[in-house]
Design a protein around this ligand. Structure first.
Ligand SMILES: Cc1cc2nc3c(=O)[nH]c(=O)nc-3n(C[C@H](O)[C@H](O)[C@H](O)COP(=O)(O)OP(=O)(O)OC[C@H]3O[C@@H](n4cnc5c(N)ncnc54)[C@H](O)[C@@H]3O)c2cc1C
Length: 558
């Protein structure tokens, strides 16, 4: 199956966001890539997960520590074929046939297709993207010249994948507890000592970006500096580091996640000393968008599998897709999937804009971007798990069996709530943005403006969005009166309401072109998700209408 060609929603989003020339090029490229993702890559992903997982070959035949990470051939082919299509490279250099750089929207479209195959393939790409971001924005000219061509390679030079190492044994959320030391030698080079406890892409990366504390630096996040650490020295030997062991993981088994020890690794300071945490937080925001992209990828795959199984499976003399309960589940999935896909690509569009205007600092733009990232990262990660569960349910017993992709979807989805900040940590981020920059006001103003501009044919739906906005305003006013303890208890519930309003408005806007399917999607979303927030009974929506989204005019008969 071609994952791109089957996806009208993705195609329509790209058509809206990309200029005509770029869309025509992207459409061709993604058609090829979608075929690979739904075909060869998918077969390799199943093999990698079951039989071809990365292996640590710790010692060579003489007993020397070589910390070699073995990756199966298919995996390595997928890596090469993916990077050669510019998933990272075209963010930094011209697309030859177009004579201009690509953008994140295009890169995320690739990431979304790749994640439908295996988020464990996409994870290293996102790490490379984050490392490239940090080096391009903050490293010295010398480091940039030396490493950026490798990080942005599309085949013309050796590819260096990236990695970002923050987490230590004593804490991932509490990055300020980091203990890894950076010691300045007499010759002016830094050497790292310490360990990183969750280090994804270890051994597969050419360079890692690592947080460490220089001697005499203050405690906490303020004392952290960022370093570029090549995995190997010029001659090919390990750069004063070793892999202690690979993690035996529930999912995303394609990516090697390791415990890494630094025993004097040569390291190069990126940017200013003791600014490392702030640089890393910027890269983390990018990684959080990648996480949301991977989440919608899993949602899409779960939905695809659920629909096709329902159309094939017989029970009690009929295809199960004929049963109203099955139809109801599929329609709800289709509606939420569209809402989430549209939202994540809107975020990607905003991110591209933000990157272009980066030189002109704006607290408002930074804050709003961070807020949307925190909201959508949390929501999509949760939904990925929910969708994987729904797909298993739709398959019955088969859904639980590893011959089908469904168990892997659930195992892989589960990491998405943890990676790049847990739901609680993102809740704290939202509270911080409210406290420091009154970002709730800005969010509400944005929604107010968008709702006022809506021209959806059914005014009752716009009225619902308006009412939800009023309620949200009141709830924020109440939140501000609470003490810190109560605020943290309540913020996640409020976040959900913000997401629902944001997604409702986007869907209403998207349906203004009069497309029937889009109108039905927006209407069902509002009746199903927004009305309960208004304290109203769930208004039932017509299943007959919903089936039009699935492309089913009448129930399928045997
Ligand atoms: C497969 C995998 C790969 C990974 N790869 C990398 C990598 O490449 N690089 C890297 O740096 N890290 C990596 N990580 C680590 C990951 O980023 C951390 O696991 C994550 O940030 C959570 O940190 P933790 O595991 O220490 O959990 P903890 O921080 O101990 O959190 C445990 C629980 O406590 C909650 N909690 C913590 N503080 C608060 C608070 N103040 N208020 C409320 N609740 C709180 C959390 O939400 C969570 O539910 C990886 C993890 C996994 C599973």
């Amino acid at each position: 199956m071609n994952f791109y060609k089957k996806d009208d929603v993705l195609q329509s989003i790209l058509k809206d966001v990309l200029d005509q020339e770029t869309f025509a090029w992207a459409d061709r490229e993604l058609t090829e890539f979608g075929e690979l993702c739904g075909g060869e890559f998918d077969e390799r992903a199943a093999y990698t997960d079951r039989d071809g997982q990365p292996k640590l070959l710790k010692y060579d035949k003489y007993g020397n520590d070589q910390s070699f990470i073995w990756l199966n051939e298919g995996y390595r082919k997928t890596v090469e074929e993916t990077y050669n299509r510019g998933i990272v490279g075209y963010l930094y250099k011209d697309i030859p046939t177009l004579g201009k750089k690509g953008n994140y929207v295009y890169s995320f479209a690739q990431g979304y297709l790749l994640s439908q195959t295996e988020p464990g393939f996409y994870c290293p790409v996102t790490l490379t993207m984050a490392a490239a971001y940090l080096i391009d924005n903050y490293a010295s000219q010398n480091l940039k010249v030396k490493y950026m061509p490798h990080l942005a390679s599309t085949g013309e030079t050796e590819l260096f994948e990236g990695a970002t190492f923050l987490t230590e044994r004593q804490g991932g959320s509490d990055v300020g507890a980091n203990e890894t030391k950076a010691v300045l030698e007499a010759d002016g080079t830094y050497r790292l000592y310490g360990e990183k406890y969750f280090a994804s892409n270890a051994g597969a990366c050419g360079v890692a970006t690592v947080l460490a504390r220089t001697e005499g630096a203050p405690e906490g996040t303020k004392g952290l500096s960022l370093f570029l650490v090549p995995w190997r020295k010029e001659g090919g030997s390990l750069n004063g580091l070793s892999v202690r062991r690979l993690k035996d993981k529930l999912g995303v088994r394609a990516v090697p996640s390791a415990e890494v020890e630094f025993n004097g690794a040569e390291a190069y300071l990126i940017g200013e000393k003791e600014q490392g945490f702030y640089y890393m937080m910027e890269a983390l925001n990018l990684s959080r968008i990648c996480n949301a992209v991977a989440s919608v990828g899993i949602m899409r795959r779960a939905y695809t599998e659920a629909v096709s199984y329902a159309a094939e499976r017989d029970a009690f003399g009929q295809k199960i897709i004929n049963y109203p309960m099955v139809q109801d589940s599929l329609v709800r999935m289709a509606v939420k999937l569209e809402a989430e896909t549209v939202s994540v690509f809107e975020l990607a569009r905003i991110y591209d804009e933000w990157c272009e205007g980066r030189e002109i600092p704006s607290e408002e733009k930074d804050g709003l971007l961070r807020m949307l990232i925190a909201l959508l990262k949390s929501e999509t990660a949760e939904q990925a798990i929910h969708f994987a569960h729904e797909a298993i349910e739709m398959h019955g017993g088969n859904g639980y069996i590893e011959d089908f992709v469904t168990p892997r979807l659930l195992r892989d989805a589960q990491v998405l709530t943890v990676w790049e900040g847990t739901a609680n940590i993102l809740g704290l981020e939202v509270l911080r943005l409210i406290k420091k920059y009154n970002m709730d006001d800005l969010f509400l103003q944005l929604m107010e403006k968008e709702i006022a501009a809506l021209s959806f044919y059914d005014k009752a739906m716009i009225e619902c969005a308006d009412q939800a906005l009023v309620l949200l305003k009141n709830e924020f006013a109440e939140l501000k009166l609470m003490n810190e303890f109560e605020k943290t208890r309540n913020i996640k519930e409020l976040q959900k309401k913000m997401v629902t309003l944001f997604e409702s408005v986007l869907l209403l806007k998207r349906a203004e072109n009069g497309d029937e399917k889009r109108e039905i999607t927006a209407t069902i979303y509002i009746k199903d998700k927004l009305l309960p927030n208004l304290g109203e009974q769930k208004q039932s929506w017509s299943l007959e209408e919903g089936l039009k989204i699935l492309g089913i005019k009448e129930p399928v008969k045997r």
